[in-house]
Write a protein that binds this ligand. Structure first.
Ligand code: HAM
Length: 423
């Protein structure tokens, strides 16, 4: 039987890797300008971290985690997202005793046992940032502005920013009671998940996608109308900060997000091209999470962006990503002396950053030239005993067809200068 990649995973092939490398490079460059440093966290963590961090009542923890016992009998889980691992690292490495804020970014894979469909995979990629230590709304504005600028740099239009506040534990407690009073008469008509949420985390009922539940949800009281003064001021601060930078947004009081750790600010960047997987990016503030995971009381905020969804959106919007440049020079060979010389030449050229190749397949000269043409090399030169005796060969510019006699000794310097000037 042919072994296939597991459902919900896919290979990123050499023919498309430049697209991935491009968006990673733009994201990393922007994080650098904003003062965010890269962090690399493990692919797996002890399961308890996600139970506590992401939250026991979330779909992720209840249904979607890749959890297994390792050979030592400890339960470990492939990270379903990056925030919990980054928070664990922040605490474990004592980053709270360094000057705050601590501003981090990551470029990771994540794993969720999902119903696979377009834009929804079991292994997927996220770019994310997490910023710790700042409680004011300025950092919320900074994090959102980073994303906004990222989309601008990618020339991605038609993505809307939606923001909301889901308050703090104090205002949420009072609101939960209101929400329960509202849903109680309809409890028997709600789906199983919502009946469970009713006691544990009624706010998440608002996020239910079930058609029957949605009939009731539309009239439910909104947390945004029930914020305490501090949370309302924080939200106003966010709004005026975004206005100050000229960043457009819509308020969507129904955003609650699918993870338990959020407090106050939540936001999403959504494709205007619709589709159920239209949320390209989601994030928010999590002022209680560091403490929940065993650290001091330190506020935090961040986001994660789905790279597959980002690339899909770039495609839909017809944003072209530049193809990698053609390789520089192919040295075709005839005979063993030429092979030895060509091996020396490509070795030197590569050391100078020139993309140089020679035959590794024992092909005929004709087949080598055909290969060089197919691979779109910018230059070719063919060497054999005659060229070695004469100390020169014919360098062909494959784009213009120009041919020039050049001394073999000068090839390395000539190509090195030519290529480095072009770069
Ligand atoms: P999330 O909303 O679960 O948030 O995921 C963020 C983004 O990851 C989504 O908007 C989506 O683009 C992408 N994504 C999620 N699941 C899948 C999937 N199965 N297949 C493809 N893409 C997917 C978080 O992960 C939070 N950690 C974000 C955050 C960081 N909040 C604060 N800091």
């Amino acid at each position: 039987m042919k072994i296939q990649a597991p459902k919900g995973t896919r290979d990123i092939l050499p023919s498309e890797i430049h697209r991935w490398q491009y968006v990673s490079r733009v994201f990393a460059g922007l994080c650098d300008s904003f003062g965010y440093k890269e962090i690399r966290i493990p692919v797996f963590e002890y399961t308890e971290l996600f139970q506590r961090g992401v939250g026991d009542t979330t779909d992720i923890v209840q249904k979607e985690m890749y959890t297994f016992d390792d050979k030592g009998g400890r339960s470990v889980t492939l990270r379903p997202e990056g925030t919990a691992g980054v928070v664990r690292s922040y605490i474990e490495n004592g980053m709270y005793s360094l000057p705050q804020p601590i501003k981090l970014y990551y470029d990771i894979t994540a794993y969720r046992y999902e119903n696979v469909q377009k834009g929804r995979y079991r292994e997927f990629h996220q770019f994310g940032v997490e910023a710790f230590g700042a409680a004011g709304s300025e950092i919320d504005v900074e994090v959102i502005s980073l994303l906004h600028m990222f989309f601008e740099k990618l020339r991605l239009k038609q993505t809307g920013l939606n923001i909301n506040s889901i308050g703090c534990p104090a205002c949420r407690k009072a609101y939960h009671e209101k929400l329960k009073d509202f849903f109680r008469p309809h409890l028997s008509e709600l789906c199983n998940d919502c009946r469970n949420r009713f006691d544990k985390n009624p706010l998440r009922i608002i996020d239910c996608k079930n058609e029957e539940c949605r009939k009731f949800i539309d009239g439910a009281p909104l947390l945004l109308d029930n914020l305490c003064d501090e949370c309302r001021n924080h939200f106003e601060g966010l709004r005026s900060g975004l206005d100050n930078l000229g960043i457009n947004y819509a308020i969507d009081p129904k955003i609650v997000r699918g993870l338990d750790y959020y407090t106050r600010t939540v936001f999403e960047f959504v494709s205007e091209n619709g589709g159920s997987q239209g949320t390209i990016c989601g994030g928010g503030r999590y002022d209680g999470l560091v403490e929940e995971c065993g650290g001091p009381s330190v506020p935090g905020i961040g986001f994660a962006l789905g790279v597959e969804r980002l690339l899909m959106e770039l495609d839909i919007q017809g944003v072209a990503i530049e193809e990698p440049p053609a390789p520089d020079i192919y040295i075709a060979t005839m005979g063993q002396r030429a092979v030895d010389l060509a091996m020396q030449m490509v070795y030197k050229l590569r050391g100078h950053g020139v993309q140089a190749e020679t035959d590794l397949m024992g092909r005929s000269l004709k087949a080598q030239m055909k290969y060089a043409d197919k691979k779109r090399f910018s230059y070719t030169i063919a060497i054999g005993d005659d060229e070695i005796e004469a100390g020169k060969g014919v360098l062909k510019d494959m784009r213009t067809g120009d041919q020039k006699d050049v001394s073999l000794d000068s090839i390395v310097d000539r190509l090195k200068n030519q290529v480095n000037q072009a770069k």
